[in-house]
Design a protein around this ligand. Structure first.
Ligand code: ADP
Ligand code: ZN
Length: 213
């Protein structure tokens, strides 16, 4: 089962991808996570990506595409995968289509996690993450057991630099101009499913169960 997660930043793609990863035992490939891991490990790729990410801009297509193409070639992707945060531009979508064609593979579902902008802004202002292990929380919706502390590893939680209000506004703008056109691209391919992202995490899980069987 090959799945693409579409939706605005903060729509919950990461949460729903993790759910599907666990349920179907296929890898969850999140380009944002890969970049953040590279930043933590001070790699060359991390240094290149950071300047864009901090401003809420997209990392250039050629950096992202080669990264994902390499990742999809790994053995664990043979049984399927969940792409979270990729593709995010039309050139990325077209590069992915070309690669799938080359390898005789296809996308089964593009899940569009649909949320209005004001909902996104509210949610991102409360998001907190663990700088050490990457776990994600929300002050109101998904609070950690101890305020400000990661449940998984005990580190102090922080607000991602790109979750600052000015950056959120820019990310939404970038989403609408660059990524939203992909919804129609995958709709035309007959694989798009719209999922209301505002109904609460467990309700979305139930919708996904029904949709994917
Ligand atoms: P969110 O979905 O909440 O915006 P991500 O973790 O998916 O967060 O992405 C964080 C940042 O990483 C993006 O704002 C962008 O700078 C960069 N990024 C991630 N995926 C891509 C991609 N496919 N193309 C370009 N930039 C990307
Ligand atoms: Zn942690």
């Amino acid at each position: 089962m090959n799945i693409i997660m579409l939706g605005a930043p903060g729509a919950g793609k990461g949460t729903f991808s993790a759910y599907l990863e666990n349920k179907y035992q296929v890898p969850h490939i999140a380009t944002g996570d890969i970049f953040r891991e590279n930043i933590r490990n001070n790699t060359e790729l991390g240094a290149k990506a950071k300047s864009y990410m901090d401003k809420g801009e997209l990392v250039p297509d050629e950096l992202v595409v080669s990264l994902v193409v390499d990742r999809l070639a790994k053995d664990d992707c043979k049984k399927g995968y969940i792409l979270d945060g990729f593709p995010r531009t039309m050139p990325q979508a077209e590069a992915l289509s070309a690669e799938l064609e080359r390898t005789g593979s296809k996308i089964d579902y593009a899940l569009n996690i649909d949320c209005p902008d004001d909902f996104i802004v509210e949610r991102m202002s409360g998001r907190r993450v663990c700088p050490k292990c990457g776990a994600s929380y929300h002050l109101v919706n998904v609070p950690p057991k101890t305020e400000g502390i990661c449940d998984e590893c005990g580190s102090e939680l922080i607000q991602r630099k790109d979750d600052a209000p000015e950056t959120v506004a820019n990310r939404l703008k970038v989403y609408h101009t660059e990524t939203q056109p992909l919804i129609d691209y995958y709709r035309e391919q007959g694989v798009l499913e719209d999922v209301d992202g505002t109904i609460g995490r467990d309700n979305v899980f139930a919708v996904l169960d029904k949709l994917l069987g």
